[in-house]
Write a new protein. Sequence first.
Length: 122
Amino acid sequence: MLITCSFKEADQYEGEKYSVANSQPEPQLYRCKKFLAPPWPLVHGYKDGHISEDSFTVQYKHHLDGLGKYAVIDLEYDVKRAGDGNIVYLCWEPYGEFCHRHILVDWMIEKFGLKEEMLIRR
């Protein structure tokens, strides 16, 4: 399974856990895939109210589309491994709030054929 959740929910799930945020709680307990974090100007623009959710989504997907070949290989590998065990992507926003991790998973479905039944979205 590929699981997305907040750092606060991380203990609820077993598996390989990765921060996909620009930062993480101290002490740093998780491996980082910072290349999946939205660029800081995008984060600040959204949090300051200058960028809508729709605009954030478009710009973040554009960021993902620009990932290099090795990042794409890494993500494809995560999709394959999600069939054998849990891969957990973590960031700050609690369940139910707008968050880039949901956009990321939708993008992975489009790009790599990740199946919805292989997901737990939190």
